[in-house]
Design a binder for this molecule. Structure first.
Ligand code: SF4
Length: 284
């Protein structure tokens, strides 16, 4: 569904979106980098409001969240669109293409959520939750105001401006935030984003809701022990109890590097564990 977008302003005869730090300036009829926010005759619109491309009831550990209601299940939904362009994306068919979708109003998703046994809430995942912000915000607010016990989870790349993040945080219980690297050039070249904004998101969230961090270790790109140590010591500086998931890379989408060496994964865990109380390996 097409809806008025939040977080934009007129910029001459164009519009400037400030939902994420790309701050796209968009001419009439054009889209931002995420391909889902468009200037329609001088007004910024979002085209993926309520458009669900994937829905499943998943174990919470699959998000991954290992220290947030362990053993529970959560209704997991995603739309299409992303503000990053990671060459190894695991979900590229929905992140970067307009996948087939079905519209659910916030009330319909709420009804789905409460109809499921043993479901603790909703996880916005599969594509970047901030990229269908208006829907994620409306649904999260509706659910938290009506069902205090249900949980809202975001699985995010953390690339969002402060104002939209602050607006939604009161309705969020848990987040898994990707920290894809500790190097600015990796973020710029491989992901089309930047490190400093992701670090700001982590710093703004870690004491407001439950967070866990995931780093995909890509062979020969960001799997050096030095970089793992940088990530772990940075997180420990915030809170040694922030769980870190070190996830093993496998070739995907546009990336053909071999899978990350299992010995490198184990060594990375040992090193990170010198700083942090909870380090988990994924995809091993
Ligand atoms: S949300 Fe989309 S349109 Fe807005 S700044 Fe980010 S990439 Fe650009």
């Amino acid at each position: 569904m097409i809806k008025d977008a939040l977080f934009w302003e007129k910029h001459g005869d164009k519009v400037r979106c400030f939902l994420c730090p790309h701050n796209c300036i968009i001419a009439d009829g054009q889209y931002g980098l995420c391909s889902v926010r468009t200037n329609m005759k001088g007004t910024l619109k979002t085209i993926n409001y309520g458009e669900i491309t994937a829905m499943a009831i998943d174990p919470i550990e699959k998000k991954p969240l290992r220290h947030f209601y362990p053993g529970s299940y959560i209704l997991s939904v995603g739309s299409f669109g992303c503000n990053f362009s990671c060459g190894f994306c695991q979900n590229y068919s929905i992140a970067h293409y307009r996948a087939k979708s079905r519209y659910f109003s916030p009330e319909e998703l709420e009804a789905e959520c409460i109809s499921l046994d043993r479901n603790i809430g909703i996880a916005f995942t599969y594509n970047e939750p901030s990229i269908w912000y208006e829907y994620v915000y409306d649904t999260s607010k509706l659910i938290k105001e009506k069902h205090k016990d249900l949980k809202i989870v975001l699985v995010t790349n953390g690339f969002i401006e402060e104002e939209p993040l602050s607006k939604i945080l009161p309705y969020v219980d848990g987040m898994n935030i990707d920290l894809k690297s500790f190097r600015e050039d990796y973020y710029k070249k491989i992901c089309g984003g930047d490190l400093k904004h992701v670090l700001k998101t982590i710093e703004r969230c870690y004491d407001k809701c439950h967070i866990e961090i995931t780093t995909l270790l890509v062979s020969d790109l960001n799997d050096s022990i030095e970089e793992v140590e940088d990530i772990a010591s940075y997180l420990a500086g915030l809170d040694k109890n922030i769980p870190l998931h070190l996830s093993r890379y496998f070739p995907n989408y546009k990336f053909y590097n071999p899978p990350t060496d299992i010995n490198v994964m184990q060594r990375a865990k040992e090193v990170a564990s010198k700083y942090l109380n909870y380090v988990h390996l994924g995809n091993v």
